[in-house]
Design a protein around this ligand. Structure first.
Ligand code: CMC
Length: 424
């Protein structure tokens, strides 16, 4: 299969076909408008390939997710988040020397410029940490020069990864009115973040291993997911040659929405609502199915996965392990499991292929770890950072990248003429 034919208004046109390394097929319609005068119409871009990418592969029908060819199950069970960052951004798993150099760099760029603390002072305690994260990540561009020099880009990539966790922890400390805890160079990436979150100056705090392992797993599972809403935003903004920091800041804003990364916060709020309502699952199932209601079962459904979300499977098992290890009994976990069981038997959900997604069980683990609900999406952002960076880097290095600029089908008024207000 090398070409596809289109007949429009009785005339036949031929377009090249592109086949990916997993035999995914795309019709290259980049010359469509020039040849035919027509454009494609694909709201939500469900059928549009916006780029060619070698980073992450998803087969939504079979529930397959691979980072650079490695199955998510293997990476989740065996790798660290720092190795995963390296894999996504540089294309290969690091050898011992590369890993040690990368860890060293990530450790020695964690400090924020002291002046940045003044920004935090300006926010109220109620400020959502996602707003703070987006603003702060973009603000990094006011401290660190950016250019197209690959060494400068790489240094800024390291700065982003290293400083994002400091920014995230500071935004939490701000919200609870505690003093900021500075990064520690003797701790791993994940342990350092947990230390900055939970340590207080008056006490010694040892990061529990179980928290460290759980965070590592959660960040790995969120690390990339090909052309999702926030990643496409990063690519869209970056395609105008906007800086890395600005593009990532935009990605954080896109992630915040309840249909995307914000769903993890919504899931817990929904489970709490069901609990407060006496655990009446059926009422909420009916509401989710009611076309007159805007209520959706949060943490259910996915644009790409139509069988199961492999990340949700891993997290469901991890939720039991983490809660047991922490000695936490959370009634919300039982509610979630019951809800899943009922939904998976309900014809509405079965017909529409709606399964639990990554956000369904992640919030329960975060809750057990003592992470406040407002911070859930920030943790998603921290996990997604290497994916955004890898995709930004790939896009900027791709000579076929053009500024992203979709077209539209205009449905507004045709030409008309101005009348003075007295005549309207
Ligand atoms: N609850 C009830 N009905 C649903 C749900 C849900 N969670 N998700 C989809 N549907 C229905 C929807 O009403 C539609 O029904 P119909 O065909 O009768 O009109 C059908 O299923 C298809 O839904 P859609 O909205 O066209 O699907 P989409 O691919 O545009 O949206 C989604 C995908 C993830 C935004 C959507 O499933 C959803 O809103 N889920 C809840 C929010 C959520 O959990 N988001 C996290 C996604 S995973 C993490 C991430 O990538 O951010």
């Amino acid at each position: 299969m090398t070409t596809a034919k289109l007949i429009l208004d009785g005339k036949e046109y031929e377009f090249p076909v592109i086949v990916g390394s997993e035999n995914e097929v795309a019709i290259d319609i980049s010359t469509l408008r020039a040849k035919t005068g027509a454009i494609t119409y694909d709201p939500g871009y469900g059928n549009t390939g916006a780029c060619q990418s070698a980073i992450t592969y998803i087969d939504g029908d079979q529930g397959i997710l691979r980072y650079r060819g490695y199955p998510i199950q293997e990476i989740a069970a065996k790798a660290t988040f720092v190795e995963t960052c390296y894999l996504l951004i540089y294309g290969e798993l690091p050898n011992a020397e590369q890993l040690s150099a990368f860890r060293h760099q990530l450790t020695y760029h964690t400090l924020l410029h002291e002046d940045m603390k003044k920004f935090f002072d300006g926010y109220t305690a109620q400020s959502h940490p996602m707003a703070i994260m987006a603003a702060m990540l973009t603000s990094l561009s006011t401290y660190y020069a950016e250019s197209d020099d690959p060494d400068v880009i790489n240094l800024n990539i390291i700065r982003l990864l290293a400083k994002a966790k400091t920014l995230a922890a500071f935004s939490y400390k701000k919200s609870i009115g505690q003093p900021y805890i500075y990064p520690r160079n003797d701790l791993s990436y994940t342990a350092d973040f947990l230390h900055m979150m939970f340590a207080v100056p008056a006490e010694q705090y040892q990061v529990p291993d179980v928290l460290d392992r759980a965070l590592n797993l959660l960040l790995i599972l969120h690390a990339d997911h090909e052309q999702n809403c926030s990643t496409s935003t990063v690519r869209m903004v970056g395609s105008s040659r906007a800086s890395l920091f600005a593009s990532i800041g935009a990605g954080v804003c896109a992630l915040w929405g309840p249909l995307h990364g914000g769903a993890n916060q919504e899931v817990i709020e929904m489970l709490e609502m069901i609990q407060a309502d006496g655990g009446d699952y059926q009422k909420y199932m009916n509401l989710a199915k009611d076309k007159n209601s805007s209520f959706r079962l949060m943490g259910f459904g996915h644009r790409v996965y139509k069988n199961f979300d492999p990340r949700a499977k891993i997290l469901k098992a991890a939720a039991d392990d983490v809660l047991n290890a922490l000695g936490v009994q959370d009634p919300l976990l039982d509610i979630a499991k019951n809800l899943e069981e009922i939904a998976l038997k309900d014809s509405f959900f079965v017909e529409r292929k709606l399964y639990p997604n990554v956000d369904f069980y992640s919030g329960i683990i975060y809750r057990a770890m003592g992470i406040p609900v407002d911070m859930f999406t920030v943790l998603f952002a921290l996990g997604r950072l290497p994916g955004w960076i890898a995709q930004w880097k790939e896009m900027r290095g791709d000579p076929s990248t053009r500024i992203n600029r979709p077209r539209q089908i205009f449905t507004g008024a045709t030409e008309r003429h101005y009348k003075p207000v007295s005549e309207r």
